[in-house]
Design a protein around this ligand. Structure first.
Ligand code: SAM
Length: 376
């Protein structure tokens, strides 16, 4: 599976669009706000910056795309207001904001929202705030995206748990899988997965996160910072409910379609999701091993599967809501492997299973937020 060419969040603003179903990501973003604020203040107090380079990696296009930029601008504004700094025209800082995502991201939708964004900025912060130049940089954050030493602050939310590829040990064709499937009937790490599946996922994440850090190390100036939020897990055990349940239930839904004769079992055996939920220790280890950044802090937050919205007593409705939130992120990959025709049926089944699950367990996501500093 060519993840970089296939993966995209569901487009548009319809019922099953990412724009309408990204409340979980919105929550993950908002809990990181104080950490973003703190990191930006630290950058400003230790550097004299005339032109500040800011990047958001895996920005998607939807209600969560521009808020991180507002958080950053708010922090800068608060710092200046607090200091009562009167900026002379010659010292006006400019802000170069780069929004990154994969090539198939709908950047045009973002561009359409920029006039309102610029207007708000001017009204809220005043004309003396400085100029904000937003541009788009398509490409994979697992490699280089920006010229050397051009960034002061990098942010990413809910994106770097996506792997650059399915771990190669697992990515066999349906024909190969018929004889040798390692992760039979599953699409991610599961309690029943053999150790080699756990190892393959962990290895791929370590490889990808290392390349991510290595690339950013070239691009971020000494003393520059990154705040990265991603879905992780609360303990070192990668088979806990918190890290696997959503995929376990999706695998169950796929196997129900196998029993109904709608898809072949080998197709399920050959499908694995290019995603990995690390624990905090793993993140620290990779940062330390790669060696270009110093860990400032790691924090973990519990996030409800429905972002704290309506996990009410109506488990049917809750199941439907959570199913949609997974559909909008995973459908591009499922559709490319299983075809479009089964998607509605698959996600109806999935919603039922989720509703039943939520009536027994209140599994939550773990959001890990790390703040790191580029060594001088
Ligand atoms: C769940 S969305 C999060 C979007 C947004 N940051 C938010 O909080 O709503 C994950 C985004 O990461 C992007 N992504 C995944 N892998 C990527 C990669 N290797 N390079 C750049 N973007 C990537 C996806 O295309 C997707 O838009």
């Amino acid at each position: 599976m060519e993840v970089n060419q296939i993966l995209h969040m569901n487009k548009g603003d319809g019922e099953t669009s990412y724009a309408q179903n990204s409340q979980v990501q919105g929550k993950i973003l908002s809990v990181a706000k104080p950490i973003i604020h703190e990191a930006v203040l630290e950058i400003l107090s230790s550097n004299n910056i005339e032109s500040m380079g800011i990047a958001d990696l895996g920005c998607s296009s939807g209600p969560n795309t521009l808020p991180p930029i507002s958080y950053i601008v708010d922090a800068i504004h608060a710092k200046r207001s607090g200091l009562g700094l009167q900026l002379s025209p010659s010292s006006t800082t400019e802000f170069r904001v780069y929004l990154n995502d994969l090539f198939s991201n709908d950047f045009n939708v973002i561009f359409m929202t920029l006039p309102a964004f610029y207007n708000n900025l001017k009204q809220e912060k005043g004309p003396e705030f400085g100029s904000v130049f937003v541009s788009a940089v398509p490409g994979s954050f697992h490699g280089r995206l920006f010229p050397a030493k051009t960034l002061h602050f990098v942010h990413s939310s809910c994106s770097i748990h996506w792997l650059s590829r399915v771990p190669p040990a697992l990515s066999n064709t349906p024909e190969e899988a018929a004889g040798s499937a390692l992760n039979k009937g599953k699409i991610y790490i599961s309690k029943t997965s053999p150790q080699c599946v756990l190892d393959a996922y962990s290895l791929q994440f370590h490889e990808d996160f290392s390349s991510f850090l290595k690339s950013r190390a070239e691009e971020v100036v000494g003393g520059g910072r990154m705040v990265l939020s991603l879905i992780g897990r609360p303990s070192s055990d990668p088979t806990t409910r918190e890290s696997c349940d959503q995929w376990e239930l999706l695998a169950h839904a796929l196997m129900t379609l196998v029993s109904e004769g709608l898809i072949e079992e080998e197709k399920v055996d050959a499908f694995n999701i290019p995603y990995y939920a690390p624990c905090a220790e793993e993140l620290k280890l990779v940062v330390q091993k790669e060696g270009s950044f110093v860990m400032d802090c790691v924090e973990a937050f519990e996030i409800d599967w429905d972002a704290g919205g309506s996990l009410s007593d109506d488990m049917v409705a809750s199941g439907q809501q959570v199913a949609k939130s997974i559909r909008v992120v995973a459908e591009s990959m499922l559709e490319s492997h299983f075809g479009k025709d089964i998607m509605d049926h698959l996600f109806r089944k999935y919603a039922e299973l989720l509703g039943d699950h939520l009536s027994k367990f209140r599994t939550k996501y773990t959001s890990l937020v790390i703040s790191v500093i580029r060594k001088q």
